[in-house]
Structures are given as structure tokens and as C-alpha cells.
Write a protein that binds this ligand. Structure first.
Ligand code: ATP
Ligand code: MG
Ligand code: MG
Ligand code: MG
Length: 481
């Protein structure tokens, strides 16, 4: 039996046509009105059951969550809220769902509860909308780069390097932890490990991406990334997806332009192609806002917020300028911030980023030229400023409600400067010879950035916890399936 997808049925005007629907029961009212969903749309199709001519056993088995196949005729609906419905002529139960046990009853469940049954939450309207938007966004990302001639380069998941130097790596090993082979001095003998050396899951595809960019010009990677983040926040996952373009002959300005263009492109794409889902998510948030006190409610709804982002240039300023703004807010600093900004050189905490974006500029912000000491080794060094302070050509893009969504930089292309910086930061250059070759042979100015895909999905769906925008979240003490 070929089925027609419910999304198509809902848009059809072929009244009188015989159709087959296959999907899962949402509700069954008055032994007559069956709401069926097959995942193709958030909306259900209403099936009118002829209860007098339907087997009593079948009627009993039409419970929430059960899988059904229905044959019937498409008719105009007299009921409110739908244009068409299916008048059933035959109903088959494909898979029962015990009404006593099925956890997704037809009512509003909290996101916390749904997180506990993450394996079933795909069947809810909210997650249907979120993962459809996620799907559309990943397609939009590929389309954006494809239209601009970027090469999609698959960088390795198992690597021997730590691009960020932040020590947040998951080790990859086939050694038996209970009987580790030891050298004479007692240290682990990695020669006996699978790769003959320590390896880990990638924290970023950037270094490999640079190799490819210095041959192809413009490339991007888009794949899973792993960080043993030991903090449990609503913005960090242990396994997340990152979009990392890398461009030869790009300086910091070009890099910022590309990142802003990409963000606007994918937001536009989602608004144009996920209208049903975004409308649903907007309404969901409007409902949620009603439970807040008036002064805490946001001025813009989700769609207005996305459009605002499209219509306005992102604010661009240096780290040094940002610190001055934060310091000027001093009378309130004590009340406003847990961490006070006293000195130039400290890393911004998320509360500072949020202050700049949400209170001061009230729009997305690109911060550039961070102190060299708080950024990774590969960033292009600026000339020291009048006060002799060292900065690098870094750029972070900060979004309202999210904080950092993009981290990028112009890369240090000068061999001597790069080696000097690596030595200062105690990065063993002998293991990185493959990387340094890019600076030995035909080095050019180049730039790139990393866009956290889940943070992008968070922003566009209006969800607030990163666990709710990835199908299978991995966080500390949580890798359920
Ligand atoms: P943060 O300051 O939020 O920890 P980061 O500076 O460590 O982020 P980068 O190394 O700059 O992150 O990575 C680039 C982008 O990847 C970030 O801007 C963010 O969007 C995303 N990202 C980084 N870490 C995570 C994570 N653990 N989970 C989800 N997304 C992440
Ligand atoms: Mg981090
Ligand atoms: Mg950061
Ligand atoms: Mg960063």
C-alpha cells in the first residue's frame, strides 16, 4: 500500500480521491475523530472513523502512539481548524501502543521531562519543528558554500593534535586500561597503542582545514566535534557539530564579512523554507512568555527577532573598546556582574558578552583583536598598541540570548612568528611539522572561523537549552543511547 504523506494531503484539493495514510495516532475522540501524524507536518490529519462498522477491538487499539494504516476518501472538512479530512473505509493497526505505559500522552509535556525520554521526543510537535529546522539549516549551510565555490573537505575525527590547546580532548585508545603497557620509567608505552602514539577525538578541523585551504583556496568542514567540557551549561555539549570554513587570501575583515553573510543567509533560508515550523516555535514562545512578569517579557517575537537580525549590520568593535564600555557601566557593575572587569587582558565572561549584545548594542556584535594571551597559538599577531599590549586578529560573534556563536581569526602566516609563539606556549613544534609546512612553502594570509551548529539552531528555533536542539545529546554523565 503506497501512502500519501500527510503534508501533501493537507494541501490537497482532490476531494473524492481514495488515499492511504500511514502514521501514528495522536488522539482519538468520541470513538470517531482520529488525529494521525506521520512526521511530515506538525499538523495532524483528521480521520473520521465509522464506529458502527468498525470492529470493536480495532476501536480499542486506536490509542495514542499506536501505528496505523488507513484507507479512505479525502473530503472537505466541516470542522474548525482543518480544510480536509479522511473518511476511513479500512483501518489496520500496524503497531500497538499500551496506553498505560506510553509516556507521551496528549498534553503539554515539559522540556525537562522530554529530555528524560529523549528517545521518544521526536514524536512531539516541538521536536518535530526543531529537527526540521535543523535539517533545513544544514542543507542551507552546504548550499551557501556550494554557491560560492567552496570545497567541502572531510577532516579527520581521530587526530593526533589539540588544535585549541585547551586540553578538552577525549582520548582514543585500544589499550586495556587495567593493564597499561609501561616503559621503564613507569610512563605509558603508547607505541603499543593502535596508532603507536596518543590520539584523540577532534576538537576542531581547523589545522587540517588550513592544509586544504592553502591548496584549494576556499574550503569548509562541517562535522562532529568533541570536547570534554567539564562544565554543565545550556550552551556546551561534549559532542557538537561545527561549520569551519578556511580561506586563503582572506584577511580579518573578509572573514567577518563572510561570517555575517553566512549567518544572514541561513536565517533567511529558514524563514523562507520552514514557515510552518518557525510559526509553531514562535507561538510556543509567545505562550511561554505569558507566564513571565510583564517587564521580563521580550519585546520581539521569534520571527521579528530573526528579521531584525537580517535587517541590521552586526556591530563591530575591538576587545579594547568593549572593555571600555564595560568599565563605563561601572556604577552598575557590582549589581550587574558577578565577575568585575578590572583590567585589560581578562577573558570576557558570558555575562559581559550578554551585556554588550542584549543591553548595550541590542544586536549581534563582532568583537575583534583580543589579547594574545587568551587566544590560541595560530592567530595572527598584531603590532603591539601604544601601551605595548599584544593582541591577535581574532573575532568572536556574539548573539542575543546565545553569547558566542562564532569564534574565528586571521591565521599567523609568518613561519618565524608562528614558531616563536608556539615555543612561548610550550607547544612541541616537532609534532607539528606537517602543519608548519604550510608556512614553509607558499604561505599566504588566510583566515577562517568555527560556527557552532547547535548554537545556530538554538538562535533560530528560540530554544534555550542546547540539549534540545541535537537529536542525541552528549553531556557529562549522559550518553544514554
Ligand atoms: P565557549 O567560549 O562558548 O566555550 P569556545 O571559544 O571554546 O566557546 P571555539 O573553540 O571558538 O569555542 O569554537 C567555535 C564555536 O564552536 C563556538 O563559537 C561555539 O559556537 C561552538 N562551540 C564551542 N564549544 C562548544 C560546545 N562544547 N558545545 C557546542 N558548541 C560549542
Ligand atoms: Mg570553550
Ligand atoms: Mg570562547
Ligand atoms: Mg571561541
Amino acid at each position: 500500500m503506497i501512502r500519501t504523506r500527510i503534508k501533501e494531503l493537507l494541501n490537497s484539493t482532490a476531494y473524492g480521491e481514495e488515499v492511504t495514510v500511514k502514521g501514528w495516532v495522536k488522539t482519538f475522540r468520541n470513538n470517531q475523530f482520529l488525529a494521525v501524524n506521520d512526521g511530515s507536518s506538525i499538523s495532524n490529519i483528521q480521520v473520521v472513523v465509522d464506529f458502527e462498522h468498525t470492529d470493536e477491538q480495532i476501536l480499542k487499539r486506536l490509542t495514542t502512539g499506536a501505528a496505523v494504516a488507513i484507507k479512505g476518501v479525502l473530503v472537505a472538512s466541516l470542522g474548525k481548524g482543518q480544510r480536509v479530512e479522511v473518511k476511513a473505509s479500512a483501518i489496520e493497526i500496524l503497531g500497538d501502543s499500551d496506553p498505560e505505559k506510553f509516556p507521551l500522552q496528549p498534553k503539554k509535556h515539559s522540556l525537562e521531562f522530554l529530555r528524560e525520554i529523549a528517545h521518544l521526543r521526536f514524536r512531539t510537535n516541538t521536536f518535530n519543528a526543531v529537527f526540521k529546522v535543523r535539517n533545513a539549516l544544514s542543507f542551507a549551510v552546504h548550499r551557501f558554500f556550494n554557491e560560492r565555490g567552496f570545497i567541502y573537505m572531510h577532516t579527520p575525527i581521530i587526530t593526533g593534535s589539540d588544535a585549541e590547546g585547551a586540553g578538552e580532548m577525549f582520548k582514543v585508545s585500544t589499550l586495556d586500561f587495567d593493564h597499561l603497557p609501561r616503559l621503564e620509567d613507569g610512563t605509558v608505552n603508547y607505541k603499543e597503542d593502535f596508532f603507536g602514539k596518543p590520539t584523540n577525538l577532534t576538537v576542531s578541523g581547523q589545522l587540517e582545514g588550513e592544509l586544504a585551504a592553502l591548496a584549494f583556496g576556499n574550503i569548509y568542514t562541517f562535522g562532529p566535534t568533541f570536547r570534554a567540557e567539564n562544565s554543565n551549561t545550556t550552551r556546551h555539549l561534549a559532542e557538537f557539530w561545527m561549520i569551519e570554513p578556511e580561506m586563503a587570501f582572506y584577511e580579518l575583515q573578509d572573514n567577518m564579512d563572510l561570517a555575517e553573510e553566512l549567518l544572514k543567509y541561513v536565517i533567511r533560508y529558514a524563514l523562507d523554507n520552514c514557515t510552518e515550523e518557525i510559526e509553531f516555535l514562535k507561538n510556543r514562545l509567545v505562550e511561554e512568555e505569558k507566564s513571565k512578569p510583564q517587564q521580563e517579557r521580550s519585546e520581539l517575537d521569534l520571527i521579528a527577532k530573526l528579521n531584525f537580525c537580517l535587517e541590521n549590520d552586526f556591530e563591530r568593535l575591538t576587545y579594547t573598546e568593549a572593555i571600555a564600555i564595560l568599565k563605563r557601566s561601572k556604577p552598575n557593575q557590582k549589581k550587574q556582574f558577578k565577575y568585575l572587569i578590572e583590567d585589560w587582558g581578562a577573558d570576557l565572561q558570558s555575562e559581559h558578552e550578554r551585556y554588550l549584545v542584549e543591553k548595550h548594542f541590542k544586536k549581534p556584535v563582532i568583537l575583534t583583536d583580543y589579547p594574545a594571551d587568551i587566544k590560541a597559538f595560530y592567530m595572527r599577531m598584531n603590532e603591539p598598541d601604544e601601551q605595548g599590549r599584544k593582541t591577535v586578529r581574532a573575532m568572536d560573534i556574539l548573539f542575543p540570548g546565545i553569547g558566542e556563536i562564532v569564534g574565528g581569526s586571521q591565521r599567523e602566516e609568518r613561519y618565524d612568528k608562528l614558531v616563536q609563539r608556539m615555543e612561548e606556549m610550550h607547544i612541541p613544534t616537532k609534532d607539528m611539522d606537517w602543519f608548519l609546512d604550510t608556512r614553509r612553502y607558499g604561505s599566504v594570509p588566510h583566515s577562517g572561523f568555527g560556527l557552532g551548529f547547535e548554537r545556530l539552531v538554538l538562535f533560530i528555533t528560540g530554544m534555550t537549552n542546547i540539549r534540545d536542539v541535537i537529536p542525541f545529546p552528549r553531556t557529562p554523565k549522559n550518553a544514554a543511547f
